[in-house]
Design a binder for this molecule. Sequence first.
Ligand code: SF4
Length: 345
Amino acid sequence: MHFPFCRRKCTYCVLHSRAGVSQADRDAYAQQLAQRIVATEGAAPFKTIYFGGGSPGLCDLTPFGAILEPLRTEDTEFTVELNPLDVTHEKLQELKDIGVNRISMGVQSLDDDILRLMGRGYTFAEAEKAFARIKEHFENAGIDLIVGYPGETSALTPRHARLAKWGLKHCSVYSLILEEGSILAHQIKRTKTALPDDDTVLNRLAVIARFMKDIGLERYEISNYAVPGYECRHNLATWRGEDYLGLGDGACGRIGLTRTRNFGGQTPEVETLSAGKDEVERRIFSLRTREGLNPFGHPDWLPILDRFASEGLLTKINANASLGPTYRLTERGTEVCDTILAELD
Ligand code: SF4
């Protein structure tokens, strides 16, 4: 479920979201979105529910409680993304009341100067307090971080050590992507600021990966770390190629051979894939995960994967006699996963 509202636009972001929408309009949107679930045939029960954005915390989410209640089970993972500025005890209680059991908070940086440059509108101390508040209500909670913002001088700061005490169950760590049309892209063009080069960013990501392991979070996907047992089931289902319903302004969905994208209109764009393209799309992203890619049924992939294995970018595991080998990214391989996927596609 996508909630396309933000307090203001972060400098690096080109996600589909708007600032300056009134509370009444945001709540009306949430109400309509909840009704769309009712109208969606064959939607239940959900294995996972994910409210992202944008900032879902800017909307009154209470209409979802009664509507989702019969559509989930005790085992359903129900995640809401929160901005630290939206974390109040009242909001957290509202989320508990509608059945949410997992929170993902976008922190992005632990450095106050970088947070200011990003336009995030809070300090590290405020983010730390917000996360502590979340942990009073939700055991299963994690954060997102961005590496490589201009002005960042090192991968780790003394503040990272404090993360060990936060009780994080999950952490997503993304490298900054300079998006055409973002505020940051304009700033860089105007001021001729240099971005950290690729090697610097890769080194920082490797340092962060070791740090995450030290604080008990295992890497289970290129950009994602979790305490074992707390891997995000919603993310895993996506990389494993499962179906998902995408509702709301800015949401994408994948049901059978059909892909939907909804960018601002009432009627989503619909694309129908061939069975072959659908199968490839669903299969290849498992390479991003620790589970790895089994190329069963794709003999054409074997020489490509063997070549990357011989270059030390993949590990070949001969675990299953009937399905053949599975290939998993090595640490160096995580840095070039997109190149490998492009050869398979
Ligand atoms: S990064 Fe998140 S909070 Fe910032 S503008 Fe984008 S969607 Fe909104």
